[in-house]
Design a protein around this ligand. Structure first.
Ligand code: ADP
Ligand code: MG
Ligand code: MG
Length: 254
């Protein structure tokens, strides 16, 4: 079983000509087959964790380690991370002008699998997965993220997740901007992936509502750049009732 291990991770960003430490010692282990939720107030550094795992150049790792099955993730290029089995869906996905969803998916699958998927089975697989996410087939011909609505972006994200079959998936605010129907559809996609038992999921969210559809095995409270508490699904219920106040006292969460 693949294991993502984050140890004492410290990350800084440059802002206004000053270096600001955002992540202040994150420790987390995610195994294939497990579903973890990271919850925390706005500005606590959740997206910074996702971007750091993705290798975004804006985020400087100043300490700690990230490994996937013992391999140093922080040394890997963005492509190498994907090939190693990491899937990272960002809160603010970028547009890729001139590249259709269909081409993008096939190129991504080729990169991750190390060979182009067989065309006939691939086309069928894409069609079926899109149908499962209630996406119109014409969506495949649109340019990636160009003019996508919030719901279309998230469906596209889960479409990639289902087709690429990573070992570990990090989903940042997959629930934001979704109406209840879209939230259900997207959650069903995540749950299909989960049911394979072969993907470890790190679900980053500000709200507890997605956890009604995706029951996490572990819940972590993120505050002031680190994990402040960990527990089971009951911790999400407690956060729903009591908020984050107990965890943010005594430290600025910016
Ligand atoms: P969250 O996802 O929990 O809302 P973020 O990781 O987006 O939190 O942000 C954490 C803190 O880091 C905030 O104070 C934010 O302004 C700062 N930050 C994040 N990314 C950048 C960046 N690229 N440049 C400057 N500041 C940033
Ligand atoms: Mg935020
Ligand atoms: Mg965020």
């Amino acid at each position: 079983m693949a294991t993502l291990e984050i140890r004492d991770l410290h990350v800084s960003v440059e802002a206004d000509n000053a270096t600001k430490e955002i992540l202040k010692g994150v420790d987390l282990t995610v195994k294939q087959g497990e579903t973890h939720a990271i919850m925390g107030p706005n500005g606590s550094g959740k997206s910074t964790l996702a971007y750091s795992l993705a290798g975004h150049p804006k985020y400087t790792i100043t300490g700690g380690t990230v490994t996937l099955d013992g391999e140093d993730v922080l040394e890997m290029s963005v492509d190498e991370r994907a090939r190693a089995g990491l899937f990272l869906a960002m809160q603010y996905p970028v547009e890729i002008p001139g590249v259709s969803v269909s081409n993008f998916l096939r190129t991504s699958a080729t990169a991750v699998r190390g060979e182009a998927p067989k065309l006939r089975t691939w086309v069928k697989e894409v069609k079926e997965t899109m149908a499962g996410l209630q996406m119109d087939p014409s969506f495949a011909e649109r340019n990636v993220n160009e003019g996508f609505s919030g719901g279309e972006k998230k469906r596209h994200e889960i479409l990639q997740l289902e087709l690429l079959k990573p070992k570990i998936a990090v989903l940042d605010e997959t629930d934001s901007g979704l109406d209840v129907d879209a939230l259900k559809t997207v959650s069903e996609g995540v749950n299909r992936v989960r049911a394979t038992g072969e993907v470890g999921t790190l679900l980053i969210t500000h709200y507890t509502r997605i956890l009604k559809y995706i029951q996490p095995d572990f819940v972590h409270v993120f505050a002031n750049g680190r994990i402040a508490a960990s527990g089971g699904a009951e911790l999400a219920d407690q956060l729903e009732n009591e908020g984050y106040e107990a965890y943010t006292k005594g430290g600025a969460s910016a």
